[in-house]
Design a protein around this ligand. Sequence first.
Ligand code: SME
Length: 168
Amino acid sequence: MFTASRIQADSKPEFYSQLVQQARGLLHGEHDRIANAANLSALVWHALDGINWCGFYFFDGRELVVGPFQGKPACVRIALGKGVCGTAAATRTSQLVADVNAFAGHIACDGASRSELVVPLVDAHGALLGVWDVDSPELARFDEDDRRGMQALCAVFVDSLQPRAAAA
Ligand code: SME
């Protein structure tokens, strides 16, 4: 059985399916970016084992700027193309990094981080909103199930910002 905090599931996909449902409930009816980013960070922080940071970097039109998160204080600004976050933003492709020391240009905000998963946030019009970043002190903490699960959580977040799209 795969367990984490208050969620009990038989598999990781099932765990994420329940977490996505919780996220939908938590963000339902609210469209404020900071409020929803803060609550989603807290939800994931308390649901997942083996993570030391999770949170948002938002694109300000020029670079990534740290947003709501859980964990130790982090680097404030990251240029597009730099580090794991900047690479996810520039390529608009999620980055699953089993060993951050093997990722050229990784930015070490918390020296304890050993693996990382970053998902780009892109709105319905294709505009870059930022990235969602999760770090772990364990090597290879994240796999393809985590990538799919985090992408699903990010979709809930992005949808929550667009009342009309969410209602359609
Ligand atoms: N490691 C990230 C920087 C952000 S922190 O992990 C919170 C990177 O390489 O982009």
